[in-house]
Unconditional design. Structure first.
Ligand code: THU
Length: 133
């Protein structure tokens, strides 16, 4: 199946439905496309400690990695505020670092406000990333 950006975003919206976000009320979903065509979904999972919260992007990535996937093409992110508004949500710094662990600079990050789609490469979002020591 051809996985276009709209379809991947639709899956990210679907993933957001499972968001566990009693503290922020911000429901985020992510869908990551692997190079073999498989897709893994993730949502944000909050915690009363706040710091133990996992973002949707990391949930999706960790789920894919736990299933043996190591090569990725793109990720779509869909985020709904408490009032239902969909807002452009770029990955946080921690998620960018996790994406850099597995994805190259041409990996694509797709975001939406419900109408428009913004596409950025990981290289654009995370220039000069820390990736070796
Ligand atoms: N969040 C994500 O899941 N992904 C992002 O890209 C930004 C933030 C979540 C974490 C937390 O549950 C809520 O949104 C508010 O920060």
């Amino acid at each position: 199946m051809i996985m276009d950006n709209e379809k991947l975003l639709e899956l990210a919206h679907k993933a957001a439905k499972n968001s566990y976000s009693p503290y922020s009320g911000f429901s985020v979903g992510a869908a990551v496309l692997c190079d073999d065509g498989s897709v893994y979904l993730g949502c944000n999972v909050e915690n009363v400690s706040f710091s133990a919260t996992n973002c949707a992007e990391r949930t999706a990535m960790f789920s894919a990695v736990a299933d043996g996937k190591r090569k990725f093409k793109k990720i779509a992110i869909a985020a709904h505020r408490k009032d239902g508004q969909v807002i452009f949500t770029p990955p946080c710094g921690v998620c960018r670092q996790v994406l850099c662990e597995f994805c190259s600079a041409d990996f694509v990050v797709i975001m939406t406000d419900g109408k428009n789609i913004i596409e950025k490469t990981l290289g654009e979002l995370m220039p000069l990333s820390f990736n070796e020591f």
